[in-house]
Design a protein around this ligand. Structure first.
Ligand SMILES: [Zn+2]
Length: 88
């Protein structure tokens, strides 16, 4: 069970129609936390072990997204990929 399953159920994309309640929201958060603890991606369910930088690893602890899912999710506003990283 990934958060994608819960979200698909919520929007009826899997044929069911779950009522979103505060409990459902807590379920999503708990599911995400369990996945991160097991080092799995909360979205696609694959093993999430390699990240390209500290930033991505931190993002994983927040969202539970593996590197591939992060790249997919943030591709349109990854200004650093377009313009390069600012020098510190
Ligand atoms: Zn993933």
């Amino acid at each position: 069970m990934t958060i994608r399953n819960v979200i698909n159920a919520f929007y009826g994309l899997d044929g069911s129609n779950v009522q979103m309640t505060p409990e459902t929201y807590v379920d999503v958060i708990n599911t995400k936390n369990e996945m991160v603890e097991a080092e799995l991606c909360a979205w696609c369910g694959t093993y999430a072990s390699t990240f390209k930088d500290k930033q991505s690893k931190k993002e994983y602890s927040i969202s539970g997204l593996c590197q591939d899912c992060q790249d997919e999710t943030f591709k349109e506003d990854n200004v650093y990929d377009r313009e390069g990283y600012p020098s510190e």
